[in-house]
Design a protein around this ligand. Structure first.
Ligand code: TA6
Length: 288
């Protein structure tokens, strides 16, 4: 299929009818629906579907860095480039194939990207739906044949929620975090669950491998399971920041929360021929 900007999108559907849509623009998941057709990811009504914008919503992939790094664009170039379908990906781990509905993509950096970030890398992404309708993303990043390089990465996931004031996140308690609202100063999470009354922009460090987002009003919980992604970004722009973001509606902060599986605090370094794999699996379950 094609989006309104003519960019190719791949529709994945599992036998029970759960679905996901992946755009070749940015290798970005733009939709993940239950078998009843309920949309689980947030996308802004003001999202701009063409380069140089990353679509405001779904799961933008921040690579080769999260945040700012020299003259690279914010959150790196991967989410703003055209990916291609990878016709013959190297074999994945057997249990990575349990979804019938999957797509393999390959990042195509521009010459200019390689001038700024001169590393011969390969970034292969597999997106698939499991039989239960969970959404799984596997990134495999390889140093083909050059001197060691380092990168950080985040799956900047916009979850659709009913009301940010009725949401709590569990699994981050007692962890340290860098607070982007205080010059990335380091704090320790005191609460036993994270709730939201104002802008939050943090990276929790060395997190556990399961994070839960409880949407009280919709009586459901998202679970984020991750491997190779030790950190968790949490972001809600709240009122003031929302108004300052051109591709974000003034009131939309109430219906979204970003909780991002990431590797940020300790960038990953790959020597020649080495490969890194990062896995993220999202599921949603009823929760009273
Ligand atoms: O989620 C962390 C963050 O760096 C926030 O500060 C905010 O800028 C967000 O990413 C979105 O960034 P973007 O470049 O997509 O507008």
């Amino acid at each position: 299929t094609k989006d309104r900007n003519g960019t190719d999108q791949i529709l994945l559907q599992n036998p029970r009818g759960a679905s996901a849509r992946v755009s070749l623009h940015g290798g970005q998941v733009l939709s993940w629906r239950t078998d009843r057709g309920e949309e689980l990811l947030f996308t802004s009504s003001k999202a701009i579907l063409k380069p140089p914008y990353a679509v405001r919503g779904g799961i933008p992939i921040c690579f080769p860095q999260f945040g700012q790094r020299g003259s690279l664009e914010q959150h790196g170039f991967a989410r703003n480039r055209t990916w291609i379908i990878d016709e013959n990906p190297p074999p994945l781990h057997p249990n990575d194939n349990n979804g019938k509905a999957f797509i393999d993509l390959l990042l195509k950096p521009l010459e200019d990207d390689l001038k700024i970030w001169p590393h011969s890398f390969e970034f292969r992404l597999r997106v698939y739906l499991t039989a239960d309708g969970n959404l799984s993303l596997i990134s495999r990043i390889r140093n083909i044949n050059c001197k060691p390089f380092s990168f950080s990465i985040a799956y900047h996931t916009y979850f659709s929620i009913s009301d940010i004031s009725e949401v709590r996140v569990e699994g981050l308690e007692t962890l340290d975090y860098l607070d982007n609202l205080c010059q990335r100063e380091r704090f320790t999470e005191q609460g036993d669950a994270l709730t939201f009354e104002s802008e939050v922009d943090r990276v929790y460090l060395g997190s556990r491998d399961v994070i839960a987002i409880f949407d009280h009003e919709r009586k459901r919980a998202f679970f984020i399971r991750k491997e190779g992604l030790p950190d968790v970004g949490v972001w809600n722009p709240w009122v003031k920041k929302s108004k300052a973001i051109v591709d974000f509606g003034d009131e939309e902060y109430k219906q979204m929360l970003c909780v991002n599986g990431a590797a940020v605090e300790k960038p990953i370094t790959l020597k020649t021929g080495e490969e890194w794999t990062g896995r993220l699996e999202l599921s949603v379950v009823p929760s009273s």
